[in-house]
Design a binder for this molecule. Structure first.
Ligand SMILES: Cc1cc2nc3c(=O)[nH]c(=O)nc-3n(C[C@H](O)[C@H](O)[C@H](O)COP(=O)(O)OP(=O)(O)OC[C@H]3O[C@@H](n4cnc5c(N)ncnc54)[C@H](O)[C@@H]3O)c2cc1C
Length: 380
């Protein structure tokens, strides 16, 4: 997004999977390999690349690395940074650097690889990525629990974590998001009137999956689930996850202005985050749709605003600032997945101290002395 004009660099044709190394469990790819294509290619040989942003059919590995993308499976497997071993990158000065190595262990000098992960295209252009792979889990199953209201669903997430169940994903969807999916697709994730749902996916050996799903069903029933269903077969499983991935687009399709935030709090404080959101809804008279990766505390909070209503837009902007302040007070972060970019740059000082921002600016200047890469991004 060239907010100050300039040149847009297309990585479109750097789209080859260069190597899938089945002995060292890694893949070497160019940056515009589409995430889902890499996943399919490695799964075809019994390997697994876990990061799964909901955009995985359209997002690129380069974009995932630049944003340190997460996704539902981050609960068990972590985000993109856990899988990046090495990078080739072109610095704005024209120099080409190769960071990291093909080894899982490497402690030589500063970790430039991890500095570039999540740098939002402000430090260097990533031209090749070496990714760690793991063996593909042999079995998986998806359960969905329906609740009368969001509080009961949040209690279910806490119950799962307290019982030490570690599924691959724990996703939460509120009533506004369920309605948007129904209106947009004509398909239901849950019957009309459902207050919230929690989608849980378990993976591993068949025995471990069976045990996890039994514990998930018991925990959800104990906290008052109206109904718990299991996806029957891969087709039903895919249908559920496709609908879940469509929430963002479905909310956009309402025609309202969707001010999308991806705040994150320590997972034990998710109930407090939902109390904050409820308070903002009531005090600022706003429609707020929430869904996301409840297992790791990363909730997409979408302020849904009538574009034509200037007063409502102003209330939303105030609510947005309060949301960020409250999230930081809950020991969380204002962005768990999407990064700061242009839109959140003014809010950086809510989370980072002046010293931290100054240090980051010195890092930026070391890589990009002329400030030519993604100017106007990250820093206020
Ligand atoms: C429907 C939808 C669902 C999403 N769900 C998730 C989710 O679940 N989890 C999540 O984490 N994110 C999610 N996202 C956000 C987004 O998909 C991810 O951040 C993704 O990683 C971006 O990849 P991209 O290829 O689209 O990157 P782009 O949008 O093209 O680029 C993103 C940024 O990275 C920089 N960049 C891109 N390529 C390079 C490169 N080769 N070198 C240096 N800088 C580069 C760009 O300059 C830009 O600043 C979602 C987005 C959409 C639209």
């Amino acid at each position: 997004m060239p907010t100050q004009g300039g040149i847009v660099l297309s990585m479109e044709r750097l789209n080859r999977i260069l190597e899938i190394d089945q002995t060292n469990l890694l893949a070497v790819v160019e940056p515009n390999v589409i995430t889902a294509e890499l996943q399919r290619a490695v799964e075809a040989v019994g390997l697994f690349y876990p990061p799964d942003p909901a955009s995985f059919e359209i997002s690129s590995i380069g974009g995932n690395v630049a944003e340190c993308a997460g996704g539902p499976r981050a609960f068990k497997y972590g985000t993109t940074k856990r899988y990046v071993l090495a990078l080739e990158a072109v610095l704005p000065t024209g120099a080409i650097v190769e960071t990291g190595s093909k080894t899982v262990k490497n402690v030589v000098g500063y970790d430039l690889t991890q500095l570039l992960v999540g740098s939002e295209g402000t430090l260097a252009i990533i031209t090749r990525v070496t990714l760690r792979l793991i063996p593909k889990p042999p079995a998986r199953a998806t359960a969905m629990a329906m609740f009368a209201d969001i509080q009961a669903a949040v209690d279910a997430v806490s119950a799962l974590i307290e019982r030490r169940v570690v599924p691959a994903a724990i996703e939460l969807v509120d009533a506004d998001s369920l309605r948007a999916v129904r209106d947009h697709t004509g398909q239901d994730l849950a019957p009309p009137g459902t207050g919230a749902v929690v989608i849980i996916e378990a993976d591993g050996t068949q025995a471990a999956v069976d045990e996890d799903i039994d514990r998930v069903v018991a925990a959800c029933r104990d906290v008052g689930a109206i109904r718990v269903t299991l996806a029957a077969g891969d087709e039903e499983r895919e249908r559920l996850w496709n609908l879940r991935r469509l929430i963002s687009l479905a909310l956009r399709a309402t025609g309202l202005l969707k001010i999308n935030h991806d705040v994150v709090v320590p997972r034990g404080r998710v109930p407090e985050l939902f109390a904050v959101v409820q308070d903002l809804k009531e005090r600022h008279r706003l429609r707020i749709a929430s869904f996301g990766h409840a297992g790791d505390g990363n909730i997409h909070v979408n302020l849904m605003v009538n574009r034509a209503d200037a007063a409502e837009r102003a209330r939303a902007r105030q609510a947005e600032r309060e949301l960020f302040e409250q999230v930081v007070a809950l020991e969380g972060s204002i962005s768990g997945e999407h990064g700061i970019g242009f839109a959140k740059a003014p809010y950086l000082p809510i989370e980072l101290s002046a010293e931290e921002i100054a240090l980051m600016k010195r890092v930026k200047a070391a890589f990009d002395p002329n400030g030519i890469l993604n100017p106007g991004k990250i820093f206020p």
